[in-house]
Ligand binder design. Structure first.
Ligand code: NDP
Ligand code: PYR
Ligand code: MG
Length: 592
């Protein structure tokens, strides 16, 4: 791919036009999933003005470091500003990986790789895309959790947009300060429930940054169209308030009208700044805000909540796969959730929707085989009045069960799904009980990061005597039990949201509908092949994720067209080919 850059000594810059092109992601019909053979590709028919010389080296969107060719070094006033060797992107990647592997702690690796994002964006994404399985635990769970806890200390350069209570009335101005005008996907948090680590205030920003890196790497969304946002309304975490390196507002969380007004100002400003079709993903809000914000904005904005809906879709795909191993249908089983918040009730509700759709029975009927436990034990009818709304549909007539083992004994669930954020919540006794009456118990320990997983993969296999079909939210190493090796698949919403974003963008969707998540789940489930199931592996390897995201994107887009929610007309004939051809690839452009 050749890109015409008009060198402008002294740094005249046209950031508005950056990467503009005919495809919705601005991918200039990037060659999907392979190295573009740069010589053969057409010359892009437009020109850009970018900085030259040192400024070019300092612009991560265009910088290629030692990969600038001799010709480019002459043309762009770079001669002498770089050492004489000219590296290929492949060799640069090797060097990055070599250095990364020298670090002793995952946090050091995180700091190093995020630094690369600030220096050379294309190299950063090339490293991510070609080494997803190695890189995911660093830029995502579990390391991103530790990075958020220490965000103030490791802070180097700001990334994304910080909106605090101090900015009331100025949110649109803040969005205007962001250099990119063509924003398509925003991930926003208020930092109150960061993974299972609780309230990390403004330091939750690590999560939108990480999720959006995955949008680009796994889903092919052009990085320049992504915007991480944190809304800082304070934190109730005393240790942060006392920490001299804390980078947020040093006050307790604001709630009520003042909170709502700031969020509303932000939501209004997103449309004013970026139009109707900007996708806003709510991430890691505490559940007292998550459900109501979703309900408030999903009829007026293109929004979804990843913890409720993305998690639901991936877990549903996992359950489909698990039942292909055990036999039986979704509707024949009893399900027990440990954790009745966003993730738990989100999964419960999509499961009930799917059962109701498959069996053509009312949703309320479908919910009857799904039980939730929260911090007070089993959610039952007797507790109805005191329950939050999202738990009420699952308050069945049943005696109280205060502990996991008592609930498992009473209900004999086929599947046990952990979404409690409580490390160790799946006790030895509870897991032994799950294995006492069935051959292949389904055990999902979905809480993140690793320290909050309801059990480890090893414990699941050990306490069920190797019988379990297991998935976790955070990565676990391979488990060997009874001489057999089991690859531990991750039931994590990162299988879904990149493809969901891709589908929304390529169709020009204006709303997200639950059926788009059902379509995403179905698409993901269809990627599971018999050889995966033979190994009890419920999800394909992350190395296949770009292709999976393209399929999910096409399925989501098809559903958006079917529901009349898509605005990109006419509908492309082959949505999968269109999704693939629209995806961002990080191969360097040739500048002249
Ligand atoms: N794998 C994935 O893709 C995802 C994983 N997650 C993980 O799921 C976890 C929960 O997230 P989320 O649902 O948003 O959080 P919420 O705070 O909304 O929900 C947590 C739930 O767990 C319950 N709970 C707390 N302690 C216990 C206990 N000892 N026994 C049983 N239930 C308990 C809470 O009870 P009560 O209602 O009484 O307070 C609440 O219902 C986090 O660790 C998060 O990282 C989240 C999204 C995606
Ligand atoms: C994965 C995710 O979104 C979470 O743990 O919150
Ligand atoms: Mg989350």
């Amino acid at each position: 791919m050749e890109t015409m850059l008009k060198p402008a000594r002294g740094g005249e810059k046209d950031v508005l036009d950056k990467d503009a092109s005919a495809t919705p992601l601005g991918g200039v019909n990037d060659t999907y999933g392979e190295d573009a053979a740069t010589e053969d590709l057409p010359v892009t028919p437009w020109a850009r003005m970018v900085a030259s010389g040192m400024e070019l080296l300092r612009d991560p969107s265009y910088n290629k470091g030692t990969a600038f060719t001799e010709e480019e070094r002459d043309f762009h006033y770079l001669r002498g500003l770089l050492p004489p060797a000219v590296f290929s992107q492949e060799l640069q990647m090797e060097r990055i990986l070599h250095n990364l592997r020298q670090y002793e702690t995952p946090l050091e690796k995180y700091v190093d790789i995020m630094d690369l994002q600030e220096r050379n964006e294309r190299l950063f994404y090339r490293v991510l895309i070609e080494n997803v399985e190695e890189m995911l635990p660093i830029i995502y769970t579990p390391t991103v959790g530790e990075a958020c806890q220490k965000f103030g200390s490791i802070f180097r350069r700001p990334r994304g947009v910080y909106i605090s209570l101090k900015d009331k009335g100025k949110v649109l101005d803040i969005l205007k300060n962001w250099p990119e005008k063509d924003v398509g996907v925003i991930v926003v948090t208020d930092g109150e429930r960061i993974l299972g680590l609780g309230d990390l205030g403004v330091q939750g920003m690590g999560i939108p940054i990480g999720k959006l890196a995955l949008y680009a790497a796994l889903g092919g969304i052009r990085p320049s169209t992504t915007l991480p946002v944190v809304i800082d309304v304070g934190t109730n975490t005393e240790s942060l308030l006392k920490n001299p390196f804390y980078i947020g507002l040093r006050q307790k969380r604001t709630t009520g009208q003042e909170y709502d007004d700031l969020v509303h100002e932000f939501m209004t400003a997103t449309k004013q700044a970026y139009g109707e079709k900007v996708l806003v993903q709510f991430e890691d809000f505490a559940n007292h805000n998550a459900f109501r914000l979703l309900a408030k904005y999903n009829t007026t904005h293109l929004v979804f909540n990843d913890d409720i809906q993305g998690t639901a879709a991936v877990a549903l795909a996992g359950l489909h796969s698990a039942l292909r191993i055990t036999g039986g249908s979704l509707s024949d089983q009893t399900y027990l959730f440990v954790g009745a918040g966003e993730a738990g009730s989100g999964i419960a509700e999509i499961l009930a929707l799917e059962i109701s759709r498959q069996e053509k029975k009312p949703l309320d009927e479908a919910r009857k085989s799904i039980y939730l436990m929260d911090s007070k034990g089993l959610v039952t009818k007797a507790r109805y009045e005191s329950l939050r709304d999202f738990k009420k549909p699952y308050a069945h007539e049943h005696p109280a069960c205060p502990t996991l083992v008592s609930a498992v004994k009473a209900l004999k669930p086929k599947a046990l799904i952990g979404t409690s954020g409580q490390g160790g919540a799946f006790t030895k006794e509870g897991l032994e009980e799950m294995a006492s009456y069935q051959e292949l118990p389904i055990i999902f320990a979905l809480s993140n990061p690793t320290s909050k997983s309801e059990c480890t993969a090893e414990q699941a296999f050990e306490y069920t005597k190797g019988k379990c079909i297991f998935a976790s939210g955070s990565p676990f190493p391979l488990v060997t039990y009874g001489g057999k090796k089991f690859v531990i698949a991750q039931s994590n919403n990162c299988y879904i949201f990149p493809g969901m974003g891709l589908g929304c963008v390529i169709s020009g969707a204006i709303r997200v509908h639950d059926d788009m998540f059902l379509a995403a789940a179905e698409s993901l489930a269809s990627e599971i092949r018999p050889e995966h199931l033979a190994r009890r592996q419920l999800f394909p390897a992350f190395s296949e994720i770009r292709s999976i995201s393209a399929h999910i994107g096409a399925a989501v887009a098809a559903k958006a067209y079917e529901l009349g929610l898509a605005t990109r007309l006419p509908q492309p004939k082959d949505l999968l080919a269109y999704a693939k051809s629209s995806m961002y690839t990080p191969t360097y452009r040739r500048y002249r």
